[in-house]
Design a protein around this ligand. Structure first.
Ligand code: URP
Ligand code: ZN
Ligand code: ZN
Ligand code: ZN
Length: 473
């Protein structure tokens, strides 16, 4: 097994930073070594296979993106990144673990759909991966199968209060699935938007000829996110299930979550970079059909209403627990274009798996969050929340050697043809300039990206069977 010493850098964790060297043996971190402890440090450098000079760099645990949709079937098409292309893009962006969603639609056996997602991912991933399970057909058999999945390392389940007739669960189904989670210890994840009301608004806008991408946002008002979030919190409270609300975009929904947390409930929020930086007015409201690039659900919110700044505040107060991408890329050509003349036919999703670590670092540069909180929301809390800690999410002896060298003096231009390895014909982040750069990405001891050059291997990534969440009371 090869040994590597990462020397000269500042190791950052969710709780602090330290000038310390990292010793890697094979796939694991074996020691943190104080370089001042002579003569151990220098002697060691002569006795390892490789010395990596991390002078001036932050040495951080590899990113954990707990919300991706590779190859997701949606609205008659399929998300453009395969597990192969999407995890390669993730690697370039300093993300060394993804958790993707296996999807059950009505009539399918839950175990069969998980099996199908295993088939799609196995042997194709550049970085490690786990699965959540979407339960799109809550019935007695699905409920029983949830217990089996927990034993197979799939310890979180997503339900939809949106998308009637597709993935939607009614309140009775939600209640029963939450009862199953309360009993087996799994985490209930919720897409919290009132889909029944939204479908009426969509039909009304289309009927009035308001068909441009902007109306995707208008037809999914914050009130219907706040209402669904509140309802999910109350249903979870009745059942005792822990609850994780995915892709929160409305400040009012976060106020519901903050209130629940203040009352001691096991309720957690995830947000995504798009809700922190982008808006209804600037992106969804772009000229012509361009806004389609940013059609996702929950939708981008109004900057005039101030959602973006409030979301950053809720990251600081820990009412937002983690930041994921909800990476669900669709090309403009042939995919987003399906919705020209009818925004409701635009496949929902934004590609961003490659940019999360950089975009969130910008919050450090702008003074919105600390270096430690950056590591926390990008890596440590997602690892803990989804039962992968301390194998993932920390630089410590015994952990997988998933390590990113981040250069705070570097600069990254985001956009098509720059830092962009996603299988997309556009970039939702075109023109973003980042102070900071990813210099090296190490996955289980192997350098997979070095100064932007990919050295990884398709199939290097392994399935991570997850334990129950470690964030619960
Ligand atoms: O627009 C989105 N978010 N697409 C992916 C599916 C989902 O609801 O997460
Ligand atoms: Zn969703
Ligand atoms: Zn999603
Ligand atoms: Zn190299």
């Amino acid at each position: 097994m090869a040994t590597t010493l990462i020397t000269g850098g500042t190791v950052v964790s969710s709780t602090g930073r330290q000038r310390i060297d990292v010793l890697v043996d094979g796939e694991r971190i074996t020691a943190l070594i104080d370089p001042a402890a002579q003569p151990f440090g220098p002697a060691l450098a002569d006795n390892v296979d490789e010395v990596i000079d991390a002078s001036g760099m932050y040495v951080i645990p590899g990113g954990v993106d707990a919300h991706t949709h590779m190859e997701m079937p949606f609205g008659g098409t399929t998300a453009a990144d395969t597990f192969e292309t999407g995890t390669r893009a993730a690697a370039h962006g300093g993300t060394t673990t993804i958790i993707d969603f296996a999807i059950q639609t009505p009539g399918e056996r839950l175990q069969d759909t998980l099996e199908l997602w295993h088939t799609k991912a196995a042997g194709n991933c550049a970085v490690d991966y786990g699965f959540h399970q979407i339960v799109g057909d809550v019935n007695a058999e699905s409920l029983r199968a949830m217990d089996e999945l927990v034993n197979e390392g799939v310890t979180s389940f997503k339900l939809f209060m949106a998308y009637p007739g597709v993935y939607y669960s009614d309140d009775g189904q939600i209640l029963r699935a939450m009862q199953a989670c309360a009993a087996n210890g799994a985490l209930m994840m919720m897409h919290a938007e009132n889909g029944i009301a939204i479908d009426q608004l969509i039909a009304q806008h289309i009927g009035r000829g308001e068909t441009s991408p902007y109306y995707h946002g208008v037809s999914r008002p914050w009130q219907l996110e706040e209402e669904a979030t509140h309802r999910a919190i109350m249903l979870a409270d009745v059942t005792g299930a822990p609850l994780y609300i995915v892709h929160v975009s409305a400040k009012q929904a976060l106020e519901q979550i903050a209130t629940a947390r203040g009352a001691g409930k096991n309720v957690f929020a995830e947000t995504c970079p798009q809700y922190l930086y982008l808006s209804l007015e600037e992106q969804l409201g772009a000229a012509g059909f361009d806004g389609a690039k940013w059609v996702c659900s929950t939708p981008l919110r109004s900057r005039a209403e101030g959602h973006q700044d409030e979301l950053w505040k809720f990251i600081r107060t820990h009412d937002v627990s983690g930041v994921a991408t909800d990476h669900c890329p669709f090309c403009m050509k042939d995919q987003k274009e399906m919705g020209i003349g009818d925004f409701s036919k635009i496949p929902n999703g934004i590609g961003g798996v490659e940019h999360r670590v950089d975009l969130m670092y910008q919050g450090v540069v702008d003074g919105r969050i600390s270096l430690e909180r950056w590591v926390d929301v990008c890596s440590t809390t997602p690892a803990r929340m989804f039962g992968m800690y301390p194998r993932k999410g920390i630089i410590a002896p015994g952990a997988d050697a998933d390590i990113v060298l981040y250069d705070p003096k570097g600069h990254t231009s985001i956009g098509l043809g720059k830092t962009h390895h996603m299988n997309l014909d556009h970039s939702a982040w075109e023109g973003f300039e980042i102070d900071g750069a990813i210099r090296r990405v190490i996955s289980r001891g192997t350098t997979i990206v070095d100064n932007g050059i990919y050295h990884g291997k398709t199939g290097h990534g392994q399935f991570v069977a997850r334990a129950l969440s470690q964030n619960l009371i």
